[in-house]
Design a protein around this ligand. Structure first.
Ligand SMILES: [Mg+2]
Length: 386
């Protein structure tokens, strides 16, 4: 029987300052692309990759979200969680994940770096299982897995003028995307003006999503929802702070446009609560934050039962991207993936092959496991020490 031999973490970072020739040259659209970067500007991209090796010499790769401090998840993976699984059978993966949750419950398990660390290990175990079986993970989850996974492009960040937002949205459409997400949270009238420009640029058919990243209170969120209703909004995402479920429910009861949330829920119970409280029309978990494949599948089942749409959050590096496509391909009801196009060298050059959308959808990566592998040289290049 295959048993877990080692679990290692790789804290990785790509700083925007290195791409723009110094911190002072990073454009505001990168350092503050959305409302939630007002407290701590966006400095770059980060990720914590996880490698599990078994006693028979196989390995698998996972990813913990990592932003903004990839060393935090790395420490939790190696020092707290790896000892829990050392010597355990590599499958079933759900049994390993349950051991990790059992450990984590002692330490405040349901938000932040700890569930992200669990997610990275869980994903690595799925990749390992796929590689051992010689099958794509999607095939292991569902022999009838689909080959194409629908997506939308994100984000149109905070840009100064509505014409600039329109041009950014048009560029996404010209790349074949059929849906585009605009960042909002700059006041109702500014948001409405930019959204109107984007809708005009996209035409009536494309899906237009808005993401406020928790910028508003209940009343101002409803003002925004009413102001943009004529623009046929597919959903308004995180209109209020993600830790205030009651406020989100109040917005939902009165909003004329659909609501989305879920990227700040870190375990199956939190995602279930969003659905069961009637807080969302669209659930948006991130596979590298919420517990991995098992957690997304359970959230998807709950969403389906309540008629809620599933659209996986797409921020992350190459393993998150591939794992998201595999789990979406295997779900019984078609979901949607956020094709994040924000500058991210960890998504574009850390893993091979690089996955890109074509005509509004991704092809499921071929090959065993995720079908993508980190490049050893890139692991060294992006490594960040504690
Ligand atoms: Mg979002």
């Amino acid at each position: 029987m295959s048993r877990i031999a080692t679990i290692e973490a790789f804290a990785l970072e790509a700083r925007f300052a290195d791409y723009f020739g110094g911190t002072q040259h990073v454009p505001p659209a990168f350092s503050q692309p959305a409302a939630h970067f007002r407290a701590l500007p966006r400095l770059g991209q980060a990720s914590t990759l996880v490698r599990v090796r078994d006693t028979e010499g196989h390995e698998g790769w996972g990813e913990s979200w990592g932003l903004p401090l990839p060393q935090a998840s790395a420490l939790l993976v190696e020092k707290l969680l790896a000892p829990v699984l050392k010597g355990a059978a590599t499958e079933p993966v759900d049994a390993c994940a349950e051991l990790l949750w059992t450990c984590a419950r002692q330490y405040g398990h349901d938000k932040g770096f700890l569930p992200e660390a669990i997610s990275g290990i869980e994903l690595a175990l799925w990749d390992l299982a796929g590689r051992r079986a010689g099958k794509p993970v999607a095939q292991m989850l569902n022999p009838q897995a689909r080959e194409r996974i629908a997506c939308y492009a994100s984000p149109v960040p905070f840009l100064d003028r509505p014409e600039q937002s329109a041009a950014a949205a048009r560029a996404f459409a010209e790349q074949g995307h059929r849906g585009v997400k605009l960042k909002v949270g700059r006041g109702v009238e500014t948001d409405r003006t930019h959204a109107a420009a984007v809708r005009a640029a996209l035409g009536p058919q494309a899906e237009l999503m808005l993401d406020a990243n928790g910028a508003y209170g209940v009343e101002s969120a409803l003002q925004l929802a009413r102001a943009v209703e004529p623009l046929r909004i597919a959903w308004l995402e995180e209109p209020v702070a993600p830790d205030d479920l009651d406020a989100l429910v109040r917005v939902k009861r009165n909003s004329p446009v659909p609501l989305a949330a879920g990227e700040h829920e870190f375990c199956p119970a939190g995602l279930r609560a969003l659905v069961e409280r009637g807080a969302v029309d669209v659930l948006t978990p991130n596979v590298s934050r919420c517990g991995g494949i098992g957690a997304v599948r359970s959230a998807a089942a709950c969403a389906r039962e309540h008629g809620v749409r599933l659209a996986l959050h797409g921020v992350g590096a190459g393993i998150t991207l591939a794992a998201s496509l595999h789990v979406l391909a295997a779900l019984p009801v078609e979901g949607l993936f956020e094709a994040n196009r924000f500058l991210n060298p960890l998504r574009e050059s850390l893993t091979q092959p690089v996955l890109s959308a074509r005509d509004g959808a991704f092809d499921l990566p071929a090959g065993p496991g995720w079908g993508v592998t980190p490049h050893p040289e890139a692991l060294r290049r992006f490594a960040v020490s504690a």
